[in-house]
Design a protein around this ligand. Structure first.
Ligand code: FAD
Length: 503
């Protein structure tokens, strides 16, 4: 049996962050990943000779001296070749019926752009972004400030984005713009805690970057660092069973019968999935089992990956949001396959190669897994014609919404493939095929989130289901998880120093 200080299940960004951090601090670590590539939703795939991202379209807080870059530098994973700044004149372009807003880099630019669009709302706009700046300063695992307690500020996590915005403005169009980033949590504005939304918004406004060579390159860099510090990343190694005795995992057993032992086991997969692997699930209290069983997932996402002709007026260093309506009460969700609520468009290749003939463009819209329920038991690659017909219908309704704003889009699409929540389920094993994990409402965020500790003495949780979703959120969750093994304060102090090296 192979023995380690720490075994880590799954190789998503949170698992890789724990592995790199703990390996750097002298722990022997081994990551066990079921798929043939590391990275989870970081990984890319190729079609029509083009590269597409699965779940790493852009990241925030990546400017010099900003938290995500500092964290990656601290882990020896940052490299200028991995990331590219998005267009500072307008990294996000929001299209609503009758109006368009661009977010340029920096608070002044965003406040200026919105104030020009909504001159009557200048005061509300200023107040909203002031609140964001104040609130993010209170999160120690975002600001890397070890002086405060690691618990997140209660008030910011007890008030929803919808409440904050509606208190400040009754302008429905402005409300729509300010709610737009809810797409990135898969959680409704009424349910998403303002504090979490503030971190997403702050990180993107200050430092939105794309991935220069794809998420695969980032995952490879993580693996290189882990191996440099003596750790190991095992691919095609699916964890099938956790043998427990006296609330302690004695053995980790893989699908192919290999066994591993470790002082600590970190799970970077969904809590339902990991607790389902325990040989004695009854060691968990009935109340806890019921809490986990009743966790709701964030909404599923449907993806269309197209090779488009280069005459499409799309800047690869920008993201585009297209909304079907400007009614803030119901504009984010897709209610039927024919009516996508919002479509997020980004380029799979941020920097075009010389001689490139087409541009890879991804389109994403919400799509509940319930729409695909009839085919859940069918096998990937062998799903029947009616499943493919529904996917084509969805793709065409997504194209039709974008076409309203970008005439000629459909004609520029040369070839395309699609992914549904069932595709995510197949490749990633994520519960209900969700993209952002559990529904991060008030009940599942901050101090009320599941958090790293479990009733199993040597099992810790990490990842998007543990604290916050997204690449940054999952990496921050990994800091808290690793903190249980090596102390959070030293980690935060070192990260703080890393940030100050730039100032
Ligand atoms: C369509 C889409 C778009 C997104 N866009 C963005 C974006 O632009 N920016 C952003 O910040 N975030 C984005 N996200 C979210 C982001 O990708 C995720 O929040 C983040 O990557 C989750 O990381 P994680 O560490 O929790 O684990 P995951 O990435 O979910 O990885 C879990 C890993 O565990 C493995 N695994 C599962 N079961 C087992 C087992 N039994 N044994 C071994 N291995 C197992 C899986 O194969 C997988 O590799 C997007 C997600 C999706 C799907």
């Amino acid at each position: 049996m192979s023995k380690w200080d720490v075994l880590i299940i799954g190789s998503g960004i949170s698992s890789l962050t724990c592995a790199a951090l703990l390996a750097k601090r002298g722990k022997s670590v081994c990551v066990l990943e079921q798929y043939n590539k590391p990275g989870g939703y970081l990984h890319c795939f190729s079609r029509f000779g083009e590269r597409f991202e699965t779940g790493a379209h852009y990241v925030g807080a990546m400017g010099k001296g900003q938290p995500f870059r500092a964290l990656l530098k601290y882990l020896d994973v940052y490299d200028d070749n991995l990331f590219v700044p998005l267009d500072t004149e307008g990294f996000d372009v929001f299209n609503f019926p009758g109006f368009q807003v661009k977010f340029p880099r920096g608070y002044d630019g965003v406040i200026g752009a919105l104030s020009a669009q909504f001159p009557q709302e200048k005061t509300a706009i200023q107040a909203y972004f002031d609140m964001i700046r104040t609130v993010v300063n209170q999160f120690p695992t975002y600001q890397f400030n070890a002086a405060s307690d690691i618990e997140t500020p209660t008030e910011a996590l007890e008030t929803s984005v919808a409440t904050v915005v509606r208190r400040l403005t009754s302008n429905l169009k402005l409300q729509c713009v300010l709610f737009s980033y809810c797409i990135h949590h898969g959680v409704a504005p009424e349910d998403i805690p303002f504090g979490f939304h503030a971190i997403v918004t702050d990180s993107l406004i200050r430092g939105a970057y794309g991935l220069k060579n794809g998420g695969d390159a980032v995952a490879r860099k993580f693996v290189e660092t882990i191996e440099k510090h003596g750790g190991s990343v095992r691919l095609n190694t699916r964890v099938a069973r956790l043998v427990t005795r006296d609330k302690h995992i004695d053995e980790v057993v893989t699908e192919n019968g290999e066994t591993f032992a470790a002082d600590w086991v970190i799970s970077g997969i969904h809590p339902k999935a990991v607790f389902g692997l325990l040989s004695e699930p009854e060691v968990l209290s009935p109340a806890f089992r019921s809490r986990v069983a009743n966790l709701k997932e964030s909404t599923g996402i449907f993806g269309v990956y197209a090779a488009c002709t280069l005459d499409l007026p799309l800047n690869p260093l920008r993201n585009y949001y297209y909304f079907g309506s400007d009614n803030p009460a119901a504009y984010l969700e897709s209610t039927t396959p024919a009516t996508p609520g919002a479509v997020f468009v980004s380029s799979g290749t941020r920097v075009l190669r010389p001689g490139q003939k087409t541009i890879p463009v991804s389109f994403h819209a919400s799509s509940p897994i319930e729409w695909f329920e009839p085919w859940r038991a069918t096998a990937y690659g062998a799903r029947p014609q009616d499943y493919r017909a529904l996917k084509n219908e969805l793709a065409e309704s997504i194209f039709a919404l974008v076409e309203r704003y970008q005439p000629g889009l459909r004609a520029s699409v040369r070839q395309f493939v699609t992914s549904s929540p069932l595709t995510n389920l197949h490749f990633n094993g994520s519960e209900e095929g969700s993209s952002y994990g559990i529904y991060h409402s008030f009940q599942n965020t901050g101090a009320r989130s599941l958090g790293p500790r479990t009733h199993i003495r040597n099992l810790l949780l990490t990842g998007q289901n543990c604290l916050f979703p997204g690449l940054l959120g999952s990496a921050v969750a990994a800091l808290r998880t690793s903190g249980h093994l090596v102390g959070i304060k030293p980690i935060l102090n070192e990260l703080n120093q890393e940030m100050r090296n730039f100032t």
